[in-house]
Write a protein that binds this ligand. Structure first.
Ligand code: MRU
Length: 355
C-alpha cells in the first residue's frame, strides 16, 4: 500500500517561521520554502506556492502567529494594532477562498477574547489555535472522505477538476480524499484528472498525488471531459470548493461550472466536497463571490518554453467560476451530505454551533 502524506504546511523547528512545500515546483522538484516575513507569506499565497482553500487557511493561521511573535510589546493596543495590519495584509493576498479570512478572523477572535491576558500569553494561545486549525482540517478531511466514499461503488470512474487532495488540505484532501481512502480499503477507482488550464493544478498536483497514493489516474486536457463522459467512463464528478454561498452556489477553480454543465447533460452526479469552513453563510448567492483575476501571462506564456500568443493579444484570466446550485447534486461536508434545498440543508450544519 502506497501512502502519500506530504507535509505541505508546518511550523519551523524554532516555531518562528512557516515551512511550506513549494507547490509551484511540483511534480519535478520537492522543495520547501521558509516564510519569515509578512511579504514572504503574502507572496507564497499570491503566487500559489501554497494553495488550495484549506491549506491557505492553515498557512494564514501559522503566518499570523509567527508575525505576532515579532511584535515586541506588552501593551495590548500596540500589539493589536500591528496584528490588524498584518491580518489585513495577508487577507488581501487572494480574495476568493473564504478559508483565508476565516482562519484570520478566528485568530482575531481569540486575540480579542483574551485581551486581558499578557501579550506573551496571547501569543502562546495563538500558536495552539493555529495548530488546532490544522488538526481539525485533518479530521474534517477524513470525515469528508468517508461521506464521499459512501457515494461511490467499487470500480467507479470519477472525474475531478483542479486539485483538492492532500496538497491542498491536510491528509486525504476533500474531492480526492474518497478515492484515496477507498483505495486504502482495497477498492479500485479510475480517476480522470482535468489538467486545469492555465496553472495545471490537475496535471502537476492531482495526477502526482493520486499516482503517489497508488490510485489509478488518467490525465486529460480540460476539453476532453465531454468525450470521457460520453464514453460512459465517469460515474461521478468530485470537485473541491473555495467558497460556498448560503444558497449552495459554489466557487471553485475556473472550469468547474463547465464540468457541472457537461455532467448534467450526461446525467452524471456532480458533487462538491469541502469543509464547513468553506461555507460562507454571509454570502447569499454566488453573485456576491469576488472572483480573483490573475495575470494575462499565465495564459500567454506560463509553462510554455516560449509564449504561445503575441504579447499584444488580450487575455482574460479569472481564477474561479461559480457553479449554480441547481447543477450540484450534493455538497459533501465533514458533518454530512447536504442536498437541495441548500438554504435549509446548509443552515442546519451551523445550527448546533450557533454562538
Ligand atoms: O487557485 P487554486 O489552485 O488555489 O484553486 C484551488 C481550487 O480551486 C480547489 O479546488 C479548492 O481550493 C479546494 S482545495 C480542497
Amino acid at each position: 500500500m502506497r501512502e502519500f502524506t506530504p507535509e505541505n504546511v508546518r511550523l519551523s523547528e524554532d516555531g518562528r517561521s512557516v515551512v511550506i512545500l513549494d507547490q509551484r515546483k511540483l511534480p519535478n522538484r520537492v522543495e520547501y520554502l521558509t516564510l519569515s516575513t509578512a511579504e514572504e507569506m503574502y507572496d507564497a499565497i499570491k503566487s500559489l506556492a501554497v494553495r488550495g482553500a484549506p491549506a491557505i487557511g492553515i498557512c494564514a493561521g501559522y503566518s499570523i502567529y509567527c508575525l505576532a511573535q515579532k511584535v515586541e510589546t506588552e501593551n495590548f493596543n500596540t500589539f493589536y494594532g500591528q496584528f490588524k495590519k498584518d491580518k489585513d495584509y495577508l487577507d488581501s493576498s487572494r480574495p476568493t477562498a473564504v478559508n483565508l479570512s476565516w482562519a484570520l478572523n478566528r485568530m482575531e477572535k481569540l486575540v480579542l477574547k483574551n485581551k486581558e491576558k499578557a501579550v506573551s500569553e496571547i501569543i502562546c494561545l495563538m500558536g495552539a489555535e493555529a495548530k488546532k486549525i490544522q488538526q481539525e482540517d485533518m479530521e474534517m478531511c477524513k470525515n469528508i472522505s468517508e461521506y464521499g466514499l459512501s457515494l461511490l461503488k467499487d470500480g467507479d470512474g470519477v472525474l475531478t477538476h483542479c486539485n483538492a487532495g492532500p496538497l491542498a488540505t491536510s491528509r486525504y484532501g476533500t474531492a480526492i480524499g474518497p478515492m484515496i481512502l477507498g483505495h486504502e480499503r482495497g477498492m479500485n477507482f479510475r480517476v480522470f484528472a482535468d489538467e486545469t488550464r492555465p496553472l495545471l493544478q490537475g496535471a502537476r498536483l492531482t495526477s502526482y498525488e493520486l499516482y503517489r497514493a497508488g490510485v489509478d489516474v488518467t490525465l486529460i486536457c480540460d476539453n476532453m471531459a465531454s468525450l470521457v463522459m460520453k464514453n460512459g467512463w465517469v460515474q461521478a464528478c468530485f470537485v473541491g470548493c473555495d467558497r460556498i454561498a448560503a444558497n449552495g452556489d459554489a466557487a471553485n477553480k475556473i472550469g468547474t461550472s463547465g464540468v457541472a454543465i457537461l455532467a448534467k447533460h450526461y446525467g452524471i452526479p456532480m458533487y462538491v466536497l469541502g469543509p464547513t469552513s468553506t461555507i460562507d453563510m454571509n454570502c447569499k448567492t454566488g453573485d456576491e463571490i469576488v472572483i480573483e483575476l490573475r495575470e494575462e501571462d499565465e495564459i500567454r506564456s506560463k509553462y510554455y518554453k516560449e509564449p504561445m500568443a503575441l504579447p499584444e493579444i488580450k487575455c482574460y484570466n479569472p481564477a474561479f467560476d461559480v457553479t449554480d446550485h441547481e447543477l450540484i447534486t450534493a455538497i459533501v461536508t465533514e458533518k454530512g451530505i447536504c442536498r437541495a434545498p441548500y438554504r435549509e440543508s446548509l443552515a442546519k450544519l451551523f445550527e448546533s454551533n450557533a454562538e
